[in-house]
Design a protein around this ligand. Sequence first.
Ligand SMILES: NC(=O)c1ccc[n+]([C@@H]2O[C@H](COP(=O)([O-])OP(=O)(O)OC[C@H]3O[C@@H](n4cnc5c(N)ncnc54)[C@H](O)[C@@H]3O)[C@@H](O)[C@H]2O)c1
Length: 450
Amino acid sequence: MGRLAITYGGRRFVISVFDSFELGVTRARAASAPKFRSIAVVGLGYVGLPTALALLESGTRVVGYDISESRLAAIKAHRVDLPDADQVQLTGCLETGRLSLTTEASALSGVEAVVVCVPTPVDEHLVPDLAALEAACSTAVAHCRPGQTIVLVSTTYVGCTRDLVVRPLERRGLVVGRDVFVAFSPERIDPGVRHIPRSAQRVVGGVTSLCTCRASEVLNATAAGIYPVSSPEVAELTKLLENTFRAVNIALANEFAVVAGLFDLDIIEVIRAAATKPYGFMPFYPGPGVGGHCIPCDPHYLLWQLKSRRVTPPVTDAAMAAIAARPRLVVTRAEQLLAAAGRSLSGSRILIVGVAYKPAVADSRGSPALEIIDELVRAGAQVAYTDVLVDRVCTAGGVLTTKPRPAEGDWDLVIVHTVHPSVDHSWLTQAPMVLDASYQLEHLDHRHVV
Ligand SMILES: NC(=O)c1ccc[n+]([C@@H]2O[C@H](COP(=O)([O-])OP(=O)(O)OC[C@H]3O[C@@H](n4cnc5c(N)ncnc54)[C@H](O)[C@@H]3O)[C@@H](O)[C@H]2O)c1
């Protein structure tokens, strides 16, 4: 097996001749039959289900393994948050049996590759909760058979792929890079937007170059192309950089929104003007805070890991603190506006427009709206919400259900949190006081911003 230098994705790699052949196959295979006939996706959530659909599109048979019976039942009943075109594909694949759903871990030993997409949240102390990932990796390792490829997709700390997959496989006597193949490849899905396989490149870092090749072949159908990196650790840190970059820039946009307010300027006009610069600037917009499973969590994996080295990266740390404080700032602003009108939070009727954590998703997990509602209720306000995609939310004060006809309510204050596409917000022109924490209703004359 000779050595060969190649340049790929703007980088130079020295790999074996055998591996370069494999890599060539990877890039050439888009229109050909799938190299892997069966792939298991472990965890069929927001990432796993679209990943399974992208793999199915390439002709591969997919085993969807999840520990949650109710999640699998919801998928079978089409009660899932997917764009219409994906729903149609899902129905077809379930009917033909090309997608099988199971809670039986033994099904993992019957496939050629395993892709792990389980949640990696943080706990209430912002410490990474690795329970799901540890359990999923331990299952994958226990059922791994020679020849299999295992790819971790869940966002995690640097070195996790080696800790949770490589070392346990070695303890089983399997040599990674020879008997089995292991890589990390972060997910770049944008929830609410159809998971079009060719929409983004995918970073893949294998334990060996052959691992990278095998993992690239597994994931080729889920991406516009493969960007190989030299190790799982590089791929793990790449994901943390991507999402920390977003966190820092969102925090900066929020900070500048406050600054613009001090000068009585419109922050959106300022950001749009700055975005005309052809280099060195990327627009990020202020809002009520960040929710979902990525931005509020992922940088904490880095902060937590660096604590063991007694290092606190100050920019990341400050950005995460600022992001966490943002919902409380929305409440403070609401309090100020009501006070100016001679009212207090206590007893005021407040409507939240949109509680999903971002437009076009039916997901309110981690949404800043929940913290805003809890704070308002604690202060004695009567809080209701309207959201065409979210029927009910659990708050500290109990379960709230959406108000389908918000225009009919008598509100002292309306707080706009999430603006879903195609929703008619014209009734807000009649609302007496609007706090637009989304910064998106710029045509509303009498709105206030945070
Ligand atoms: N949601 C996003 O927008 C997004 C984007 C990029 C990356 N990610 C990352 O992808 C990973 C998955 O996130 P998600 O949003 O899909 O999570 P999710 O909560 O939507 O779904 C995870 C699924 O995994 C299942 N699961 C949990 N433990 C399991 C186990 N031991 N074995 C099998 N299944 C198990 C759950 O039942 C659930 O159905 C996370 O690391 C997240 O940070 C998410």
